[in-house]
Design a protein around this ligand. Sequence first.
Ligand code: ADP
Ligand code: ASP
Ligand code: MG
Length: 404
Amino acid sequence: MGLVVQKYGGTSVGDAERIRAVADHVARTVADGHQVVVVVSAMGKTTDDLIRLADQVSTEKPKRELDMLLTAGERISMALVCMALAERGVKAASFTGSQAGIITDTSHTRAKILEIQPTRLQEALASGHVPVVAGFQGVSTDRDITTLGRGGSDVTGVALAAALGADVCEIYTDVTGVFSADPRVVPAARRLPRISFDEMMEMAATGGRVLMLRSVEFARRHHVPLHVRSSFTWEPGTWVVEEESSMEEAVVTAVTDDVSESKVTVAQVPDRPGVAARLFRELALKGVNIDMIVQNTSQSGTTDISFTVEKSDTAAAVAACEGVREELKIGSISADDGVGRVTLIGAGMKSSPGITAKMFETLAALDINIEMISTSSIRISTIVRAERVGDAVRALHSAFGLDA
Ligand code: ADP
Ligand code: ASP
Ligand code: MG
């Protein structure tokens, strides 16, 4: 007998039939002698619908109220799952993030978990109930309701698994595991039976949205075994594991795509110490998260700096740059949301020369221009035109021998 945290994503609880299927699976797991804690996302596209609704009544969308609104989505799911469990004779009780003891900081819409006090969940388990927890939410140190950022139910699942000392955190979704590329983009993508935390973090950070990045970081830090699998077929999926020295390191494990960011370019900036520091301090003060950065060294005493940000942060990023335009004597500022990122990931890259050359040759053969490049020891990312991202991912997947 073990303790299992089962997290079900939006599609997995998308309608009444899906909720009944989830309840069946939870009931089976309980019948097998396990203790189960369930974490649910909002049904289907509920979160997107609620955001659209908010857009219709407010341009400002005060973040405290937006959080209050969005947490309603997960509450619907948790109550329905509990009802479906009751129907099957399984004792269950629903808990909001706050009731589950998930304490966060005060940064609304992207709050971080500071502490978990899962007393009520432990009491529920002790009395033979299945606690069903609303994902993606918590309560701040100011006692306001917060959300953990899009995809945040993954974090709830992993954090509860860590706090309760669960044997495994199962992430149930609409694909059968983690694939060598998004199966919706690359039909020939293969399911990976295992992937290392390092590789999974690079995937999550560069567009492989099957797991939210913070959930992977959390799982690694707290040694939570993660199993990503399907709530449609229930077959074994992908285990995210600590890298073992005996593990055969594939040179390239996966290719990811991401069109969620835009590129901002600050051109003809004086090439002297302190300019980049001032610019990025201003961006940080305005709460803009920066991803890739490229700077060209100049011959004429000026330089161009390009960086990528979440599309939703583009206006704030441009405004921040405008704010220091005179002070830094910036020539021009422009934003481009027609870009996409294509990334090659593989732990074996560290020890294999020629991967970069082969990647660039593959893109060149398709006449795809590379606008930015960034690398880590196990990743090579390129920025290309958004409309070429699909072609690039499929060609690289094939060139590196990943096609099924
Ligand atoms: P959930 O609602 O269950 O959290 P998500 O939509 O967040 O599901 O994540 C699952 C989706 O992630 C899949 O439908 C798939 O299209 C996408 N995805 C992107 N990259 C990958 C990948 N490498 N392997 C598996 N799925 C991926
Ligand atoms: N419902 C939230 C979202 O759509 C959280 C989640 O599904 O993980 O982002
Ligand atoms: Mg998700």
